[in-house]
Structures are given as C-alpha cells and as structure tokens.
Design a protein around this ligand. Structure first.
Ligand SMILES: CC(C)(COP(=O)(O)OP(=O)(O)OC[C@H]1O[C@@H](n2cnc3c(N)ncnc32)[C@H](O)[C@@H]1OP(=O)(O)O)[C@@H](O)C(=O)NCCC(=O)NCCS
Length: 196
C-alpha cells in the first residue's frame, strides 16, 4: 500500500488541477459506517495502480484498533486517513501507524491531506500516544514533522531502497523514542503491504 508514496514522483503524476476550495470549509470528523460507499469509490481514484480496498475493509472492521477520519467537502468525504494503534515490542509502549491517507484527485494540493494529518496527530496526542510512524514519501511527510526512523523496525523487512520512507515523530515533548519492532494488528500482518 505504501508503495504509492514510497516510490518518489508517483503522486505528482496523479495530480489534477484543484478547484480553489477554502480548506477552512473542510470538516474533519470520525468516519461512519455510512461513509463506506464513498470511501470505496475514493480509494481507486486516489490509488489507481493499487487495490487498497481489501486492507481498507479489514481496518474499518477493526474500529478499536484505528482512528479513522474523513475530510468532508459538503456532505461528501473527499479525503480519508487511518491511524492504527500499535505497540513497540521491547517496551510495549503504545504507538500509532499513519496510513492509508488519500484525497480525491480533483481536491489534492489544497491542504486537505495536511489537515487530516494534523487533526489525527492532535487526537492521538490527547490519548497520550507518543510515537507515530509512517511509511511514505519523506518529501511530503517531513512537512508534517516526520523524519527518518531508525530505532523501531517495521514488522516486515522493507525493500532496500525504501530506507528513508520509514519515518516517525514523537507527540510527547522530550520523550525518548522506543527501540524494537512495531507490533501491528491483524490487518497489517501481511508482508505484501510492506513490499514493493
Ligand atoms: C498524498 C496526498 C494525501 C496529499 O494530500 P493533499 O491534500 O494533496 O496534500 P496537501 O494539500 O496537504 O499538501 C500538498 C503539498 O504537499 C506537497 N506534496 C504532496 N505530495 C507530495 C509528494 N509525494 N512529494 C513531495 N511533495 C508532496 C505538494 O507539493 C503540496 O505543496 P505545494 O502546495 O507547496 O505544492 C494526496 O496527494 C493523495 O491522495 N495522493 C494519492 C494517494 C497517496 O499517495 N497517498 C499517500 C500514501 S500513504
């Protein structure tokens, strides 16, 4: 799943011209069962070369394991992000994994992705979660406070040239990031999701 952004430049090719919306009109809220049809339509548009619907479905069926937020433009979800609650094995410390994240192609580059990330991080910080991990394009996620992670390993080995794509940030000031391996719930326990 994360190959879309780990492969540099892939996103750029998918961008369409935005419609000049005001991002303050975008409402971020928890996703609901009733959003499912819209999300099932959104993902193939945002990820035309990858079928993320199976993992999306498995994640949405595990609501206690995830924070799932939609960005609504009017009534319609125009963007979506999931943060999965995880732990780091050595210490059992609570952590979160960001992804997938997507915005409808015609509404990209207008701040919606950033707004989804910021809202999610604020909610996780309020839960007391410190470490947040993401596998994606550093050029994008570095804008949102992420940098290369070396202390906690991914649950499955990554392709050799994806080293910089594994990133983290800590939501608790002056907190020491844990070392070990990220322990992910069942929807993420598939090496294919972590491979090229
Ligand atoms: C990646 C994505 C979620 C970003 O959402 P968005 O609403 O378009 O992003 P924002 O408007 O918050 O941020 C856009 C800024 O980030 C930059 N940006 C976005 N993706 C980037 C990338 N891969 N590399 C570098 N910069 C990137 C843009 O240049 C833009 O900055 P600019 O306005 O100065 O040009 C969206 O483009 C998308 O859905 N892409 C397809 C699916 C995908 O790849 N998802 C991530 C996989 S985990």
């Amino acid at each position: 799943m994360l190959r879309a952004m780990a492969a540099s430049g892939a996103v750029e090719n998918m961008w369409h011209k935005g419609q000049g919306i005001d991002v303050t009109d975008i409402e971020i809220r928890s996703s609901r069962q009733a959003d499912r049809a819209q999300l099932d339509a959104l993902y193939p548009q945002a990820f035309p070369e990858e079928d993320l619907l199976p993992v999306l479905g498995r994640l949405l069926e595990a609501p206690n394991d995830i924070l799932s937020l939609v960005a609504c433009h009017g009534e319609q979800p125009a963007g979506h992000v999931i943060f999965t609650r995880c732990t780091v094995d050595a210490t059992g410390e609570r952590a979160a994994l960001l992804g997938p994240l997507c915005v409808a192609p015609e509404l990209q580059r207008q701040g919606i992705g950033g707004k989804l990330i910021r809202e999610g991080l604020a909610l996780l910080a309020a839960e007391g979660i410190g470490p947040v991990y993401v596998l994606g394009d550093p050029a994008y996620y570095s804008r949102h406070g992420f940098s290369t992670e070396t202390g906690a390993a991914t649950p499955y080995p990554l392709p050799a040239d994806w080293g910089d794509a594994w990133q983290s940030q800590c939501l608790i000031p002056a907190h020491k990031m844990p070392s070990g391996t990220l322990v992910v719930p069942k929807p993420w326990q598939d090496p294919v999701l972590w491979a090229a």
